[in-house]
Design a protein around this ligand. Sequence first.
Ligand SMILES: NC(=O)c1ccc[n+]([C@@H]2O[C@H](COP(=O)([O-])OP(=O)(O)OC[C@H]3O[C@@H](n4cnc5c(N)ncnc54)[C@H](O)[C@@H]3O)[C@@H](O)[C@H]2O)c1
Length: 418
Amino acid sequence: MEKKITRIGVMGTLRGATYAGLFKNLDGSVLTAVCDFNPRSLENVKGILDETIAVFDNFDDFIESGLFDAVVLCNYFCEHVPFAIRAMEKGIHVLSECTPALTMAECVALCRTVEKTGCKYMLAENYPFFACNMEMKRRYETGNFGKALYCEGEYNHPVTPHDKNMLSPGKLHWRNWLPRSYYLTHALAPILFITGNSLKSVNCKCVFAPETLKGTACRVGDLAAIMLCEMEDGSLARVTGCAAWGGHGNWYRICSEKGNMENVRGTLGEVRIQYNGWNVPEGEPEVQIVPARWYEDDEMNAMPGNAGHGGGDFWVAYHFLKYINEDIEPFFTVYRAVSMSATAILALRSSQNGGKEYKIPDFRNEEERKLWENDNDSPFPDDNGDASMACCSHPDFMPTEEDFAQAEKEWKEAGLIR
Ligand SMILES: NC(=O)c1ccc[n+]([C@@H]2O[C@H](COP(=O)([O-])OP(=O)(O)OC[C@H]3O[C@@H](n4cnc5c(N)ncnc54)[C@H](O)[C@@H]3O)[C@@H](O)[C@H]2O)c1
């Protein structure tokens, strides 16, 4: 049988430059087009472009070009769903950056479009594919630990006010309006991946510390969203979304009936394992620290090389091609993707309502979808800077005029805005 080769188009060439490079070189794909309206961003793919790769400066021409079977959406965080829907309505498969959706209505619309078009949709969530998380998943699936009871997922990414400004050019840039709970997939997805659990409900409170954001145009005065997620099987997970307090890093912990596992703090390459003294499997020590591997098999384990985000970027591209070319369903289907979006959205509402509990709908169930199909409340602004709900746990928070002026000065100095 002839080997299937998928033609790939990449939308957005900041983050997207990584996927453009991966799909250009992976077995089973060919990069045929890239799109970005910012010439400065296109500089990032200059080194890999050749005469076989078309360059577009607008989504309309790009999506109508007929040059690709699948698109990688690395455009603005707050515009993934409209672009994903337009692509799938043209029969184009979608790999979408995080987060999948901004509103409950978008979650519903995304599922319905996947079902209606029969296109394949996968979330490009890369953190579950750190070696430590794949090691924990393999070990969890042996059954040696019993059922997971309590998990923790922490994604901590502090940046200086200057770096924050460089990443968020313009008062309306999505990073200036990003509720802390909305960037939760890097903390939550690894837990779902390791345990196979599904989300049932969420409560959230935020740590409000606006003084750390002086000199930026950030409308979110929260430094972290702390979410307590209940799973369908009754277990609990505490996740941070994107926290920004001191000390960069990721930390994942799976506490189970017979023992627990966690990546050793400060590294993605080692896992600490501890069993109850009376539950130690034959041939294993009670406590050990093991080097983390993506796969036991040497050949598979060598595949990511030094790919970005601890090899996670490679495995996202790999699984997407397995889905398109071999029909092997990935873990992060549209349903798992939107259940995380719904958790983010409802967590923000919880943080604004004293930590109230919200149930996460089952997005496979049309009756439940109907309840949310018209819920369009979004914390992100329209072109006039108006949003239908606040993006912070303290709805009245606003940067000062001096903060805006400082941010504007830095954007101009860096040539990011005119
Ligand atoms: N998974 C990860 O590790 C990871 C890392 C970084 C970013 N991301 C995600 O990637 C996405 C993009 O983030 P980013 O860091 O690249 O920054 P960004 O959102 O500022 O940049 C988006 C790029 O897309 C281009 N773009 C946006 N809309 C366009 C349009 N309509 N037509 C043409 N070009 C358009 C912009 O010019 C820009 O170059 C976000 O969703 C972000 O969350 C994920």
